[in-house]
Design a protein around this ligand. Sequence first.
Ligand SMILES: Cc1ncc(COP(=O)(O)O)c(C=O)c1O
Length: 345
Amino acid sequence: MLPPSVVEAVARDMVDCAASGRSLLGLPFTSREFTEILGRAETYIRQLLAIPDGYHVLFLQGGASSHFTLLPMNLLGNLRQADYVETGLWSHRAAEAARPWCEVNISARGNRSAMPLPDDWQISAQSAYCHITTNETAEGLQLHTWPEKIDVPLVADMTADLLTRPVLMERFDLVYASAQKNLGAAGLTIVIVREDLLGKSREGTPAPLDYTLQATAHSKVNTPPTIAVAVAARMLEWITRQGGLALMEELNRKKSDAIYAIIDRSGFYRCNAAPPHRSMLNVCFKLPNAELDKRFLAEATAEGLLDLGGHVDIGGIRASVYNAVPEQSVSKLVSFMTEFEARRG
Ligand SMILES: Cc1ncc(COP(=O)(O)O)c(C=O)c1O
């Protein structure tokens, strides 16, 4: 979801972007107006995340799934191994995407209800980096303990939770996230990378996929996803005006806590995620059987509660309460859950 004020601003940009008399749709990436939008987006991200000096912020195409594959191409250097912490579906996919390129050492494996905590990661000193996924959207799990600085570069897929809470950026060497969940529209991937991790790309890495070249060219080796960047700039401005990441965290926690509270009160809804590992963005739960899940989804849709189906590989229900989801939507869902249980439980 996007906040209505952001949707309205983007709609205006579609007609006249930055008082240029031109539509955002036709704005060249080389134009003064787009350069200004890109600069604004970067400034907001740096401020919101308190990114220390020495990090580049890249605005690239591809989506997190493409960047799974680009990580080994860009980061292995002379090494042949990388560590992966498997916490769920997305970190498993990231590890599988790396296998054609390097030896994959699984440093720790979670189960569907808990994430292995940093103290339990067995990281090999021979690895070029260690990859983690901070929020598993399919299982509804989230890492709530930031790892201490480790001996190898730490790389994180934060697709689901970048800009939903403050982050200790100095603990990470590379963070990447697709934009479509918390900062706007699909088509944009943010890559935040420490300077000293650059210069390691494999020979033959195509230029648009090479983080070192993209950092030098300020994300303009090829055309950046201009529309998604402009939407992200609006979203970042909105997050800043709302009160920043501490407030986003407070609201996201409040929204998810309201749903977990009704699940925990009832014997009807079941959440597989153990309380200390629960995601404050994706509340995943099931009803006593698949037939009731289906009925719940159909009746919720009829009430205007949309897109509540779980990930296709997991099933059940998933309420995603990303930054722009208002508290009223959560209240409506909670009332619906109470009423549905009273009728069908
Ligand atoms: C944690 C996580 N990583 C990666 C992805 C894949 O993102 P994309 O579809 O943009 O490649 C998703 C998508 O939901 C995700 O939740």
